[in-house]
Design a protein around this ligand. Structure first.
Ligand code: COA
Length: 162
């Protein structure tokens, strides 16, 4: 059984992440989306909210589970009994950091392999921060995130303005 982990902050999940989740889940028996509980990044959404949003937008994919984690990714992979990490490469600028991460994780846990999927061209420019910035200035984010996420972002932003 091949179990893989797709880790990230997902603050919030975008169509770019969903593209990677859909494609990678068809390559493995089980895909665990690991949601990093990292307050250093000052997330807009709590880890519980990010987990719930991911559960909602992936509910039609049967072999995907959403699990929060803290600490080292290599330790989380071990605890989940996962042999593979999935990462998306959006552009050449992602490569250096991804290579460093993959090599560090392999050093920490030699049985752990990282597989890279190239992000769909339509999403190669996308990031969660860009989505939040466009939304904060009242821009249309419907091309970037699913409908249900638009509502959640707008709710958060309007609460912050009060
Ligand atoms: N489509 C759209 N956006 C994407 C994307 C895709 N396919 N892939 C990445 N992004 C965006 C993300 O939304 C994120 O945007 P943001 O910075 O505006 O929030 C940005 O690109 C960076 O994403 P990513 O590289 O996945 O960073 P992350 O913070 O979401 O996740 C971890 C990084 C969780 C994988 C990494 O920090 C980690 O493993 N941490 C655990 C600690 C650890 O083990 N450290 C040692 C590892 S060497």
């Amino acid at each position: 059984m091949l179990r893989a982990i797709y880790p990230g902050s997902f603050d919030p999940v975008t169509f770019g992440h969903l593209d990677i989740i859909e494609r990678s889940s068809s390559l493995v028996d089980e895909l665990i989306v690991g949601v990093l509980n990292n307050n250093a990044k000052c997330p807009l959404f709590s880890v519980e909210e990010r987990v719930r949003m991911l559960e909602e937008v992936t509910k039609s994919i049967p072999n995907v589970r959403i699990i929060p984690f803290e600490g080292l990714l290599a330790d989380f992979a071990k605890a989940m009994d996962a042999r593979m990490i999935i990462r998306g490469l959006r552009a050449i600028t992602d490569f250096e950091y991804e290579l460093q991460m993959a090599q560090t994780n392999h050093k920490l846990s030699p049985q752990l392999e990282t597989a890279f999927l190239t992000t769909g061209l339509a999403y190669s420019y996308l990031s969660s921060s860009i989505v939040k910035e466009v939304a904060a200035f009242g821009g249309d984010i419907s091309q970037f995130v699913p409908e249900i996420i638009i509502e959640k972002i707008q709710e958060k932003i309007s609460k912050r303005r009060v």
